[in-house]
Design a protein around this ligand. Structure first.
Ligand SMILES: Cc1cc2nc3c(=O)[nH]c(=O)nc-3n(C[C@H](O)[C@H](O)[C@H](O)COP(=O)(O)OP(=O)(O)OC[C@H]3O[C@@H](n4cnc5c(N)ncnc54)[C@H](O)[C@@H]3O)c2cc1C
Length: 362
């Protein structure tokens, strides 16, 4: 903790949680402020499918951030489960990218496979029989599939709560039900963060409020550049197959979506990308999209029970450059970490470390 106060992290989604955990584990004083409950809807981290795949072919800095995260996850999840008693439900299901047309197969083999190989993900090609043997619930019309063994998964709300609990074990103070609604500045420094009831002195401030970060940034003053993040609704559902249904082992990709098997036996199917602001409706269009995905990806489960539908708001970056993890604008002690859209769970553990690197080197 600096002489002028702790690092105040605003937002208890997976990004704020990972930053708080990394900082606290290094002995830095942290206060995490979350306006609701950690890992609750409609935060993106409460909604996420949490399929965690190497970002083959992505912009190199982001791909490296994802890899830093993926390398860290197995050990981090183990140690969080042991130390906090909260199980992030980590698994490594791998992925099958399903091809049902020649041109899909060609694209997967000739374009995607080399990118995954370059990312160190050891792709392998399965013919139709091998793919069906691996995953009997997929369409019998499959002509092949690209398999990536490295894909991991967690339960997103549990992982987020475990990170927060891990931060607390290292001395972080966590205040839930505490919306931040203003800041006090002296010149180019933020000296306090304001809530309904309190003013919390801060040495540094990290804005990690997901899709709501733009609103917070506006409260910092007219000289702070706007944070170009916007909400994108993702509608998603969980299937609860009966014991007699074919078991899904891999994450399955195709038809513009995915199916993610979870350790509790449910299959998460998602997700829509709806640019409708903060409207948290589940819509007939969304349900049709999800139903079609089941028919396209796992027709063998089309008669199984829908356990639950829900939605959350991805923080989507609309700026020119990459979404930020660090200083922005003229304020000396302000950091921003948001805008990772559909890959936020994948990069979170890396972002936590990257932001902690910046703070602790100062
Ligand atoms: C349906 C869906 C499926 C997804 N699937 C995947 C996936 O498979 N893999 C993947 O990598 N990513 C996935 N994502 C994306 C990923 O979930 C997000 O990128 C990530 O969760 C963003 O985390 P965050 O902490 O930035 O934001 P959030 O999780 O939204 O957290 C922001 C937090 O800030 C709090 N907050 C807001 N304003 C204030 C305030 N004024 N004061 C205090 N607190 C405040 C909110 O309550 C919230 O808890 C998915 C997202 C959705 C919606």
């Amino acid at each position: 903790m600096s002489a002028s106060g702790p690092v105040v992290v605003i937002g208890g989604g997976v990004i704020g949680a990972a930053i708080a955990q990394s900082l606290a584990a290094r002995g830095t004083g942290v206060v995490l402020l979350e306006r609701g409950h950690v890992g609750a809807l409609p935060s993106a981290s409460g909604a996420s499918a949490a399929l965690l795949e190497p970002l083959a072919g992505a912009e190199p800095t982001l791909a490296a951030m994802a890899q830093r995260s993926l390398d860290r996850l197995p050990g981090l999840c183990d140690s969080l489960r042991a130390s906090t008693g909260i199980d992030p439900r980590w698994s490594r299901p791998g992925t099958l990218f399903i091809a049902r047309r020649d041109r899909e197969a060609a694209w997967l083999r000739d374009v995607r496979a080399p990118l995954f190989a370059a990312a160190g993900a050891s792709p392998s090609w399965l013919n139709a029989d091998q793919a069906l043997e691996c995953e009997p619930a997929i369409s019998p019309n499959v002509i092949g599939a690209l398999r990536i063994a490295a894909t991991q998964s967690v339960d997103a709300p549990s992982f987020t709560r475990a990170l927060v609990a891990g931060a607390v074990l290292h001395g972080a103070v966590v205040m839930t039900g505490t919306p931040v609604n203003g800041f006090r500045r002296i010149g180019r420094r933020v000296v306090a963060v304001q809530t309904d009831t309190d003013e919390i002195a801060c040495g540094q401030v990290v804005l990690a409020a997901g899709a709501w970060t733009a609103t917070l940034a506006r409260q910092l003053g007219a000289d702070v550049p706007s944070v170009a993040v916007a909400p994108q609704r993702g509608q998603i559902m969980a299937l609860a197959p009966r014991g007699t249904a074919p078991r899904v082992r891999h994450v399955l990709h195709g038809a513009g979506g995915y199916a993610v098997p979870k350790l509790d036996g449910t299959i998460i199917v998602g997700a829509t990308h709806d640019d409708v602001g903060f409207d948290d409706s589940i819509t007939p269009d969304g349900l049709r999209f999800l139903g079609n995905l089941v028919h396209e990806l796992i027709p063998g489960l089309a008669a199984e029970t829908i356990q639950r539908t829900w939605c959350g708001f991805r923080p989507v970056w609309r700026g020119q450059d990459l979404p930020p993890w660090g200083s922005v604008g003229p304020l000396e002690n302000l950091l921003v970490a948001t805008g990772y859209g559909a890959i936020g769970l994948t990069v979170a553990a890396g972002i936590g470390e990257a932001v902690a690197d910046q703070v602790t080197r100062r």
